[in-house]
Design a protein around this ligand. Structure first.
Ligand SMILES: CC(C)NC(=O)[C@H](Cc1c[nH]c2ccccc12)NC(=O)[C@H](CCCC/N=C(/NCCC(=O)O)S[C@H]1O[C@H](COP(=O)(O)OP(=O)(O)OC[C@H]2O[C@@H](n3cnc4c(N)ncnc43)[C@H](O)[C@@H]2O)[C@@H](O)[C@H]1O)NC(=O)OCc1ccccc1
Length: 238
C-alpha cells in the first residue's frame, strides 16, 4: 500500500465530521442527465442562457417551464443509487454527515440523508417570479400563485442569481468544521460552489475528489479517485 493510500485509509478511518459536496455526477447512475458531460450533458444540447437564467424566463416562460417540467418528471421517476445510499450509511455510522449539493433533484433526501444543504434550490418546489414576463397574459396554462396570481417559476437558482439566503454561509461554516471534505460528481466549474473545497484546503482539511474525469480541483485535491460514485463511495464507507 503506497504512502498516499495509507494516509487516505487513516483519514477515512479517523474522520468524524465529513462534508460531502455533490454535483450532477452522483445522480447520473439514477438516469438524471448531467450538464457538462460530453454528448449526454444538458449544456451539450441546450444553451443555458436560453433555459437557466431569469432573462430566459422573462423572454419565454413557456420554453423554460417545458424543460423544467420534463426534468421534474425525470427526477420524480428516478431512484437514489448506491452513491446516495453510501452517504446515508456513512451518516449513520458517524451519527452525522452534511451533504452540500448543487443538485435540485432531491435524491439525497429520498435516499435518507438527514442534513442536506441545497445550494441551487429544488426542482420539486415553485415560487413566484419577481418582475414582468413577456407574453405572460397570453400564457394562461402556465402555473400561477393561487394567492397573488403571480406567475410561478421553479424554485431553483439560475445563473446570475444569488443562492438561497444563508446557504453559502452554512456551507462554508460546515466545511471549516470538517475533518474530511468529499467532492463527488461535480465539474468544479460553477461558483460559488466550486470554491468550497478551496476553503478546506486553505485550512489543511483533507479533500477527496471522486469523479469519472479530472476537474480543475484534481491538481490541488489530496486524493482524486477516478470512477463512478456508485462504485467508489460504497467501497470507501466499507
Ligand atoms: C459556468 C460558471 C463559470 N458560471 C458561474 O459560476 C456563475 C457566474 C459566476 C459567478 N461568480 C463567478 C466567478 C467567476 C466566473 C463566473 C462566475 N455562477 C452563478 O451565476 C451563480 C449561480 C450558480 C447556479 C446556477 N444554476 C445552475 N443550474 C440551475 C438549476 C438547475 O436547473 O439545475 S448551475 C448548474 O451547474 C451546476 C454544476 O454542475 P455539476 O453539478 O458540477 O454538473 P456537471 O455536469 O458540470 O459535472 C458533472 C461531473 O460529474 C462527473 N460524473 C458524471 N457521471 C459520474 C458518476 N457516475 N460518478 C462520478 N462522477 C461522475 C463528470 O465527469 C463531471 O465532472 C449544477 O448544479 C447545475 O445546477 N450565481 C451568482 O454567482 O450570482 C451572483 C450574485 C450574487 C449576489 C447577488 C446576485 C447575484
Amino acid at each position: 500500500m503506497t504512502h498516499i493510500e495509507k494516509r487516505l485509509r487513516q483519514v477515512l478511518h479517523r474522520a468524524q465530521r465529513i462534508v460531502a459536496l455533490t454535483g450532477a455526477g452522483i445522480s447520473a447512475e439514477s438516469g438524471v442527465p448531467t450538464f457538462r458531460d460530453a454528448q449526454t450533458g444538458y449544456w451539450e444540447q441546450f444553451d443555458p442562457g436560453e433555459l437557466a437564467t431569469p432573462e430566459a424566463f422573462r423572454r419565454n416562460p413557456r420554453r423554460v417551464w417545458a424543460w423544467y417540467a420534463q426534468r421534474r418528471r425525470l427526477a420524480e421517476q428516478a431512484q437514489p443509487n448506491a452513491g446516495h445510499r453510501a452517504l446515508v450509511d456513512w451518516e449513520r455510522q458517524l451519527g452525522g454527515l452534511r451533504v452540500v449539493t448543487q443538485n435540485v433533484d432531491g435524491l439525497h433526501q429520498r435516499a435518507g440523508s438527514q442534513q442536506v444543504t441545497e445550494l441551487h434550490g429544488n426542482i420539486h418546489r415553485d415560487r413566484v417570479f419577481e418582475g414582468a414576463v413577456d407574453g405572460a397574459s397570453d400564457a394562461p396554462e402556465l402555473p400561477r400563485c393561487p394567492c397573488s396570481g403571480g406567475l410561478l417559476r421553479p424554485d431553483v437558482v439560475w445563473f446570475g442569481e444569488a443562492l438561497p439566503e444563508g446557504t453559502v454561509e452554512a456551507a462554508v461554516a460546515a466545511v471549516r468544521e470538517a475533518d474530511l471534505v468529499l467532492s463527488v460528481g461535480t465539474s468544479s466549474l460553477v461558483q460559488p460552489a466550486a470554491s468550497l473545497p478551496l476553503e478546506a484546503l486553505e485550512r489543511d482539511i483533507p479533500v477527496l475528489e471522486v469523479n469519472r474525469e479530472p476537474t480543475p480541483l484534481t491538481p490541488v485535491a489530496d486524493w482524486s479517485l477516478r470512477g463512478s460514485a456508485g462504485e467508489i463511495l460504497p467501497a470507501l464507507v466499507g
